[in-house]
Design a protein around this ligand. Structure first.
Ligand SMILES: Cc1ncc(COP(=O)(O)O)c(C=O)c1O
Length: 362
């Protein structure tokens, strides 16, 4: 018998928390091909060496993984030319972002981020008990860094700068980012979320792993989920000075990053040349998709990520439904716009056809 009237007390901070919406799976209609371009995943399967490393690791998943991720940390330290103590790993970069909040913010504190941006920011901020302070993107869909610096108070503990921004693909460039970092007080942590860094082709967008070097309050977030194609294995990392990196190690879920993920990540770093050829092909597809959309008459913000953003306002849901009928699942943000990942060529073609047909009906 269940005990009536005695529900466990849950933290009120969780009330009304937005639920993270994963991209819908693609469902084929009448056997026609269907593609999911709603989660910014890499369309390519793992490279051969990566698959073998993961399969090998799978042989011993009766054992716990290396909790320190020592092999991966050493590889990353070498790759970025930073001390091993400056690297902290986690279950995807969203896991690391949550650790950052646990390490910095709680009730009464404030966390600043642009909006719209990565939808996990409000969720993990609310879970921490801190208050979200959102600064609207500019009319060009770009972070308004002056407004973000103006929003800092003595309660601010953390600021997310998503570069390129999810879902708009827009970037902030060197001069404005350095000016912003100079304005933020040294006791406020600035997190440069660079989940899509490898897709950037604009030389004026700074690499956070350079910017962080003489700034102890800057933390760079990177992931193996996007360009490296390991989204399903859940591994990301931060590069930051002590004591931030040490705090991340304290707040990590013990044994959170599986040995499969660690070994696949190391193998990916060692196969970077082949991997970056694929990234280059996606960047070329991005150019093709953007130019085709522009030729159809759409306004497309300049994207440096593996996705495009169309601001559709109240036509967003209809557009997403039209894409779904055409065999591609895009990501709608009702009332605002849609985000479409650059996928395999066939998926991009279906998306472009759907966009063209929709445009003609406007
Ligand atoms: C900006 C940004 N940061 C972080 C993440 C989290 O990725 P993961 O947890 O797979 O590393 C995403 C995923 O979509 C993202 O768009």
């Amino acid at each position: 018998m269940t005990k009536a009237g005695a529900n466990p007390r849950l933290r009120s901070a969780l009330d009304g928390i937005p639920v993270y919406k994963p991209g819908k799976p693609a469902a084929s209609v009448d056997g026609a091909p269907a593609y999911k371009i709603s989660s910014n995943e890499n369309p390519y399967p793992p490279l051969p060496g990566v698959l073998e490393a993961a399969s090998e690791a799978a042989r011993s998943f009766n054992r716990y993984p290396d909790m320190a991720c020592a092999g991966l940390v050493a590889e990353l330290a070498n790759r970025f030319g930073v001390p091993e103590t400056h690297i902290a790993t986690g279950t995807g970069s969203v896991g690391v972002a949550q650790q950052l909040l646990q390490a910095t913010a709680g009730p009464g504190d404030e966390v600043i981020y642009a909006w719209r941006s990565f939808e996990a920011y409000p969720i993990i901020t609310q879970i921490s008990g801190a208050r979200s302070v959102r600064t609207p993107l500019t009319s060009g869909e770009v972070h308004d860094l002056d407004a973000m610096a103006d929003a800092v108070t003595e309660r601010t503990r953390l600021i997310f700068v998503c570069n390129p921004n999810n879902p708009t693909g827009t970037v902030v460039r060197r001069a404005e980012l350095e000016r912003f970092l100079d304005r933020v007080p040294g006791d406020v942590l600035v997190v440069l979320d660079e989940a899509y860094r490898e897709f950037i082709r604009d030389a004026d967008v700074p690499d956070g792993t350079e910017l962080y070097r003489d700034r102890p309050n800057v933390c760079v977030l990177r992931t193996f989920s996007k360009a490296y194609g390991l989204a399903g294995l859940r591994v990301g990392f931060a590069i930051a000075h002590e004591p931030v990196a040490a705090a991340l190690r304290k707040t990590a879920v013990p044994f959170g990053v599986s040995q499969l993920a660690q070994d696949a990540a190391v193998a990916s770093l060692r196969s970077e040349e082949a991997l970056f050829e694929r990234v280059e092909a996606l960047v070329a597809e991005r150019t093709r998709v953007v130019e085709a959309l522009q030729a159809q008459g759409w306004t497309v913000p300049e994207t440096q990520a593996n996705f495009v953003w169309l601001r559709l306002g109240d036509r967003t849901v209809d557009f997403a439904a039209a894409c779904e009928r055409a065999g591609v699942i895009v990501r709608p943000f009702p009332g605002e716009g849609i985000r479409a990942t650059i996928g395999e060529r066939a998926a991009n073609d279906l998306f472009l056809q759907a966009a063209e047909a929709f445009r003609k009906e406007l």
